[in-house]
Every structure is written in C-alpha cells, then in structure tokens.
Ligand binder design. Sequence first.
Ligand code: AMP
Ligand code: MG
Length: 399
Amino acid sequence: MAARIPVDEHAAFVRSLLTGLGARPSERVALADALGRITASPVESPIALPPFRNSHMDGFAVRSGDVTDAPVSLPVVGEVAAAPGVPAPLEPGTAVRIMTGAPVPDGADAVVPVEDTEPDVVADRIRVLRPRAAGEYVREAGSDLAAGDDVLPAGVRLASRHLAAAAASGLTELLVRERVRVAVVSTGSELVSPGTTLGPGEIPDANGVALVAAVRAAGALVVHEGRVRDDVERLRAEFDAAHDAGAELVLTSGGVSKGAYEVVRELLEPLGGWVGSVAMQPGGPQATGAYRGMPVIGFPGNPVSAQLSFELFVAPTLRAIAALPPAASERLELAEPLTSVPGRRQYLRGRRDDDGRAVVVGGPGSHLVAALAASDLLIVVPEDVTTLDAGAVVDTVVL
Ligand code: AMP
Ligand code: MG
C-alpha cells in the first residue's frame, strides 16, 4: 500500500497546482455589481470631493468680518437650499439663510449655525449671538479629495463605503479583478437533486451545494455545476462542459477511494493524475490532476471530508486571490478528554461551550453532515497525539 502523504505536503502540492490562477485579468463592472470585488488598479476621481464649497450646517451664510462684534443684527436677504443652482453673491453687511449642503454664496466666508442665532424683533433680520471666524462651517471644494486624486487604491476589496466614495466621485463602473472561474462536479450514481423523492439507495447531493457555496464564500465564481453517475465517459463529458464554460479549476467529490466505480480515479490516472491517501481524518482519499489545462482537485465523497478538504487545500489559495483573510484559528482548552488515531491528523468537529472551551460534537465519522452543521470549529489533533486530557490546549480552525 502506498504511504499516506502528510497533510502539509498535499496542501503545498495543491497550492502549487493553483499558482497559475493568481494572475487575474480585469473587467469592468457596474457599481451595483461591484460589492466584494477587488479593484484592479487605483481609481481616480474625475471630480473634487466635495465638488463645490457648501454649508456644513443649517444656519446663515455671512462675512465673518460682519459678525466679529456679535451679538449683531443682520438683514436676511435670501435663502439657499441644497438644490441645483448658483446663489447670488453675498453683499457686505447681509446674511442669507442656508441649508446643509447648499452652495455657499461668493463673498460669504462663514456659516453661523441656527443654534447661534435668534430671530430679531425686526422682521427679516437675524441676531447673530456669537462671532464665527472665516472658514467655520464651510466645507471647501476638494477638502476630502482633489479632482484627479485616487479615491480608491488597487487591490481593495469593495465594501459599501468604497462604493459610496466611487459613486460620490460620479463613477458608474469600476475595473476589478476577474474572479477565479470554478467548476464543481459531484460524482455518484446514488446522488439525486435535493428535493427529489428518494428511491431506494438514493441520497440528495449535498456536496454540490456545499462546494458551490464554499467556492463563492472564498471569493471565486462558479461557472459550471454538474452531477454524474459513476460512468467515466459521463465524467469526461462533464469536464469538457466545464472547459467550454471557461472553468480554470475543477473540483470533484467522490470516486477517489479504493472501491469499484471510482470514476475520478479512472479518468485522472491515465492522464497522469495522482489519486491516493493523505494522512488525515476525515478526508484521507484525495486526488489531483489536470484536464485540458484545468487543474482538477478531487475530494472524497463523504460530505464532511469534501467540505473539510476544500477548506484545507483550496480555500486558502482562493481566499488569498480574492483578498480575503485566511480562516481564523484559535487555541482553546479542551472541555473533555479525547482520543485519536496515530499517524493521521484529526479534524474533529466541535464547538465552544459557555466557558469558551472546545467540546467535541458528534463522532469522527465523515458522513456526519448534521454534526458538522452543529459545529462552529474544527479541533485539530496532531498526527503523533493519541490522547488528550481535559484542559489540554488545542489548535482549532474557526468555521
Ligand atoms: P465516495 O467517495 O464516492 O466513495 O463516497 C463516499 C460516501 O460519500 C458515500 O457514502 C457516498 O454516498 C457519499 N457521497 C458521495 N458524494 C456525495 C454527495 N455529493 N453528497 C452526499 N453524499 C455523497
Ligand atoms: Mg462514489
């Protein structure tokens, strides 16, 4: 029997197969579609922010020199709203009522907030109760950003605040990195679409949904989804369809162990692919290869194994390309003792208890899809550790 490959060695090999995905072409997308995308280059604002000098407060635009001796009374000669148009210049010795965001008239150099005024006994006049210096409550054009300056750097993952800045700059599209185009193929004659009434021996395809979601969560794009029964020609046709859809990476589940009907093995091995065993549990059987220039990463069919394998071997590269942070890891105390098999790295499903200690959820079986859903972390037990006492400190991967 071929030796089991160490987990870190397999992870490094998969990473090396995916290095070609790192150089991303760019594409233009509408702001409405740009959330979560990565800017491909610095983004210039064609206009100044703010674009014109405007009021910071509801109040009265004045010449600061006219209010130096406040309290003073000034005639209110007009009103400027936050609305299109150019206000008339402010004559010396007068004030205009002004709203937040309204253009400050030429001649005015300060805004006195409403709070610092009171109505005069004489109609159409305002009493300014305290002086305001030149520039107070006036937002200068370009005080946030000058026209032609970069409003966003390259490589930023676009959140709502970045889209706001782009919109404020009058932009409608952004140049972003293309996402990695991924195909997800489930193998297994027992699989049916979720929701189908199950015949004897049939189960819903859980891995397809899981891997598609996990690929998206890792910032990549699913361009092809397929499900095939255990027939190598069907699988080949599915890989061809993935290629035609422009896939740059194919992920499969199932068909890589040592039974009969191991279709991924049947397809990849003659093409020089590797199908073997990694020293981990769950997720021992794994495969790597290439098909028409697309790297193929084959995961075992058991849902816990498939999901875990994606997170360990593929997600780190996709997340890095998508400028997402790596999965968090935490060191926690074990709430209870546990045992593990020698020679294999165990990833036990677990959760944090109320004291912040790690508790094992469910058994070690790689089919326990509900127990995985009830978990919020994976407890990592190293290859050379077979027993751990309560209170031992373990590494965990936060899900
Ligand atoms: P395999 O790796 O193909 O030998 O499959 C191992 C186990 O995982 C079997 O019990 C399969 O029925 C199950 N399995 C394989 N693929 C899926 C899938 N897409 N969704 C749910 N279970 C699966
Ligand atoms: Mg199978």
